[in-house]
Design a protein around this ligand. Structure first.
Ligand SMILES: NC(=O)C1=CN([C@@H]2O[C@H](COP(=O)(O)OP(=O)(O)OC[C@H]3O[C@@H](n4cnc5c(N)ncnc54)[C@H](O)[C@@H]3O)[C@@H](O)[C@H]2O)C=CC1
Ligand SMILES: O=C(O)C(=O)Cc1ccc(O)cc1
Length: 306
């Protein structure tokens, strides 16, 4: 594959940015990659492990001359970072982000960017519970979806170029409208994370079982919850605070269903439980038939390549 952007700037050197760097190098998608992270310690680690061609000590130095700027910081600070880099952006540059929430990021970043810059928000549907500059790996985006959420009126050529870039990183790309993105992600990612955090918190509250038995006897379901509940607290705090409406909508529905199941258990309504579990089993089987086996470590990978 050939170079798609001559100079790429990665802002925030964590799981996603470091994975992007290694994936860019694997396929030769960028000429020079600069990087910036807020903390001196992260910049030192990045230099030590060879993450980025040049690690910069200021945001403005990192973005100067960049053809693509990637905001890979927690969603709650995207706006502040955009305000700081705006005066240093080269005309014609594309600014993108990888945030898990889209409407809030568009509203907080968009107004800071100059007219002569293309803003193409994005979201790779790929990650792990790990964070930081040493957690990334080149294969993270392979056969995963990456959703692009260009605001109305965005230059189609800038969108097409970013699409090719994400395809080069290994992803299958689709475009989506921001509100829809936030609702879909609230169902598929944000609410499930909150439920996992809650379940692990509940187990922790029951001190008498947590001391040893929760660990010793933990079955696959609870282990999956603990993996998810080990995700970065700052990132997830920001996701819930910025995708508030969609998450609350889904949690409202979740609570109603949970109450109905709770009542069925209390009243001994086995038919209700059986019907419900039959319906959910069919959903799971549909996912497997669609080629997305949840038992496989690559659950959630996109089936088709485009
Ligand atoms: N972790 C995951 O599984 C996924 C995360 N995302 C999104 O990607 C973004 C980055 O997430 P990760 O790479 O996982 O996070 P991370 O925690 O691994 O890295 C974030 C980086 O941003 C830096 N940072 C924080 N505040 C900053 C600031 N004000 N200025 C400059 N740098 C700052 C941190 O020091 C760190 O280097 C988030 O918006 C998240 O919602 C998207 C898909 C998956
Ligand atoms: O590790 C997991 O199970 C994930 O769900 C990863 C993930 C986290 C956040 C995103 O916005 C996208 C993917």
């Amino acid at each position: 594959m050939s170079i798609i952007y001559n100079r790429v700037a990665l802002i925030g050197l964590g799981l996603i940015a470091s994975s992007m760097f290694w994936a860019m190098k694997r396929r030769g998608l960028a000429g020079e990659v600069t990087g910036f992270a807020r903390s001196e310690a992260t910049r030192a680690t990045a230099r030590r492990i060879g993450l980025c061609d040049r690690v910069c000590d200021s945001l403005t130095e990192a973005v100067a001359d960049a053809d693509l700027v990637v905001l890979a910081v927690p969603v709650g600070v995207m706006g502040a970072v955009a305000a700081e880099i705006a005066p240093a952006l080269k005309p014609g540059t594309t600014v993108t982000d990888v945030g898990s929430v889209k409407r809030d990021v568009i509203e907080s970043v968009g107004p800071h960017l100059p007219e002569d810059v293309h803003f193409v928000p994005g979201h790779p549907l790929a990650g792990t519970e790990h964070s930081g500059p040493e957690s990334g790996f080149a294969e993270l985006f392979d056969n995963r979806w990456c959703l692009l959420v260009p605001p109305e009126g965005t230059d189609p050529a800038a969108v097409a170029r970013l699409r090719r870039f994400w395809q080069g990183l290994g992803s299958n790309v689709e475009e989506m409208e921001a509100e829809h993105h936030d609702l879909v992600l609230a169902v598929t990612s944000h609410a499930p994370h909150l439920i996992a955090y809650t379940m692990v918190g509940v187990a922790d509250d029951l001190r008498r079982v947590t001391d040893s038995e929760v660990i010793k006897y933990s079955a696959a379901g609870f282990r999956d919850f603990t993996r998810i509940a080990a995700s970065d607290p700052t990132m997830w705090r920001d996701v819930f605070l910025t995708n508030k409406d969609a998450t609350l909508e889904i949690l409202g529905r979740f609570t109603e269903e949970l109450f109905a199941l709770q009542r069925a258990i209390r009243t001994g309504d086995g038919d209700h439980l059986h019907d419900y579990f039959t319906r959910t089993r069919a959903i799971r089987r549909g996912i497997i038939e669609a080629g997305q086996d949840t038992d496989a470590p690559d659950f959630g990978r996109a089936k088709t390549s485009s």
